[in-house]
Structures are given as C-alpha cells and as structure tokens.
Design a protein around this ligand. Sequence first.
Ligand SMILES: Nc1ncnc2c1ncn2[C@@H]1O[C@H](COP(=O)(O)OP(=O)(O)O)[C@@H](O)[C@H]1O
Ligand SMILES: [Mg+2]
Length: 422
Amino acid sequence: MALLEIRNLRTYYRVRKGEVKAVDGVNFTADRSKTVGLVGESGCGKTTLAFGILQILPSNARIVTGEVRVAGELVFRAPLTHELKFLLEQDGLGDAVQDMLAMRAAGMQADKASTAANELMPILQQEASLIEDAQQMIANGQADPEALKRDLLDLAERRERAWNRGFTRRAIQRSQRNRMQTMRWSQVSMIFQGAMNAFNPVYRVGDQIEEALEAHMDMTSEQRQARIQELFKLVGMTADRSEGYPHEFSGGMKQRAMIAMALACKPDLIIADEPTTALDVIMQDRILGEIRDLQRELDLAMMIITHDISVVAEVSDRIVIMYAGEIVEEGTTESVFERPSHPYALGLLEAFPSVKGPKKKLRAIPGSPPDLVNPPTGCRFHPRCRFAQDICTRERPELIEVDTGHRSRCHFAKEIFSGSLA
Ligand SMILES: Nc1ncnc2c1ncn2[C@@H]1O[C@H](COP(=O)(O)OP(=O)(O)O)[C@@H](O)[C@H]1O
Ligand SMILES: [Mg+2]
C-alpha cells in the first residue's frame, strides 16, 4: 500500500467569473522511502494539490470530488453532496452516479471499522441517509430521467444547505481539523514555497521549532532542546544557530532551518514546495543534495514540487508532470527523461539545458498555461501543442500506458513514445 494515496481529487476555487479548476481529477501516490517529483509550470495546480493533502486550502476553495488517505487511513473525502452534484452535472444520470453511490456505501463500511470511526460518525450517518434516499429515488424514478436528475440535484442541494446550517458541518470541520492537526508535522509535513518568509521574524528560529515539538511530541523540555540541536546538525548548521532570529539567517540557512522544522516530528512524508527556487544555483545544488541524503538516511517519503524539471532529475525515483490541473505524464525518472511521451513533457525537457548528454538547442514552450475557469476543450494542452490534430480539440485524452508504469495523457502517446512523431 502506498503511504499517500490521492484518488480523483478535484479542488476548485470560487472566483467572480466562475470556478478555477486548479486540480481536476488527480490520482497520485507517494511510496514509502521514495521521492516523487511533481513538475509543471507555474499555475498548473501543484501547490493546490499539496494544500489539499494537508487540508490548508483557502476559504474560497472547495473539494469537489475525491479522497486522500495516508497509510490507508482516510484523511479527507469530498462531501457526498459535492460529488453527487458534480456527477449529475457532468454525466447526467449515467452509471457513474449509481457506481459512486455504491462505492461510497461500501467505503463507509471500511470507515466504520477504521480508527477514525468515532470522529467520522456524524458524517457517515448523514451520508448513509443521503445514499439511501438517492438510491430510493433512482429506483422509483427511472421512467423520467430528466425529472429524476432534477430531483436528485434538488436533494443534494437541500442536504448541503441543511448540513451547512446545522450541527453536521461543524462536526465535520472539527473532526477533519483534528485529524489533520494530529497528522500535520507528525506524519506529513511541508516545506512551503517561499519558505524564506515562513518563519516569524520576532521569534528565535529554535523556539519556533520547539513550538512544533511541544504541540506534537510527548517530550520534556530537555528532550526538545536535544532534538533541536540534533536537527540543526542534521541539516548542516551548528547547534548554536538555533538561538538566532530569522533575519540573521542567509537564504540557504533559512531553507535549511525550514527543512529542520519539517523533519522535527519525524514525519513519514515531507512535501517540499519549490524548496530551492529562491536560491542561487550553487546553493540549490547543495540543498538538493542534502535533501536527497536526508531522505535516504531517514528513510522518508518525499514529494518535491518544482517548475524546473532539471531539479528533480537527480533526486526523484518517479516523476509526475502536471498541466492545467491534470496529470499529463508519469513514470520512473529514467523512463520519463529517456522517452518523454507527452508533448508538454517534451517541451519542459527542451526548455532546460542538460548537464550531461549532447548539447542541444533550447526551446521554450509557446504561450502560457490556460485560464482554468474555462480550460480548453479536448486536450487542455492542444492550443500550445506542435502535434495537435482535430481530435485534440474535441476529445479529452485518457492517461495511456506506454510502458510499465509510464503513462501519458495524449492521443498520440504511443507514437511519441516510440519516436515516430518527435
Ligand atoms: N486562493 C485562490 N483563489 C483563486 N484562484 C487561485 C487561488 N490560489 C491559486 N489559484 C489559481 O489556481 C491555479 C493553480 O495555482 P497553484 O496551485 O498555485 O499552481 P502552481 O503551484 O502549480 O503554481 C492558478 O490558476 C491560480 O491562479
Ligand atoms: Mg506553487
């Protein structure tokens, strides 16, 4: 079982002109003791995906579908009302709705047996009754699909309003906050994008790390101090540095301190969001090397997020490439670098110089990532794609397996993989 499992996650932001589909149907896993690199240009939804895992999304965000599990335990699942409305609006009354209801009913049995059962109970009870009502409606209403769809949408709306008003919403929020708070730092921790400014300028860096230890670890004050000293040494700083204030730290040192903070509670998974973007190349290289050494030494799972594919070449076992809210290519680092099979991956690889290998002409990908309120039809990359055909404007490609564990979301994935199109 993978340490982190994300299934069909959709995270949308409400904005004035509609909804930004920042993460739109993402399946993602991170394995124990491995590093996975998540790559894509700025604005592709990488940070939104990470914030969804940690449940630290801003208030205008809404998880529309999907679920997140860590070590098999449910961390978060989209409200059933969101999922039902989404499917009805997308597919009308296809099998998808009934399949989803059946799956949720089955999943509920597993949740009732899990360690989180008590916290989840108020949600499970509400959802069980919604599933029952919806299934009843479907059984009775097959004669008039249009009316049935309206009734079901209406049911989802009414339930959502009732849940928002009443006890359930608060109970759900409280239980999710509790679950995530125990998990945050101690199971999953994050090195934030722009970590430079993540420390509070008026407190000593060591004290800020101690605060995390105090909240999440059962330690005496002496044990905490010893742990802080140990952490500073681990990330290559002298222990007395923990007495310093953030402004006394250089960029590289702040980044190291941030890594120390992320390691503090011995998490199983660290998410590093653009961990080296603000650093010069030499420091970038050094910090990446250290992250890699720590990952091996401490046997961690790492998820490294970056817009620069060359950053993850050396440190990742697997690469996942995201474009416009979707995963467009994934595979082992070796196979993605050797045989990129999505035009976007080709573009990313051509845009950065390679240290090894023959000299090549650098080429930028034309245009920029699309507006995610109204993403392009068919393949979201088609307006920027040099191979685009008619089908690409019409049909959304599925992730196609081109080799074992290597997938590409392109109608011509196999041709690109085999080199007959490049
Ligand atoms: N709070 C927000 N409200 C509305 N839109 C947002 C918000 N945060 C991010 N977005 C939009 O969501 C999309 C994905 O953003 P983000 O996840 O930050 O991408 P990345 O980390 O890949 O650069 C972008 O179009 C961005 O403008
Ligand atoms: Mg980001």
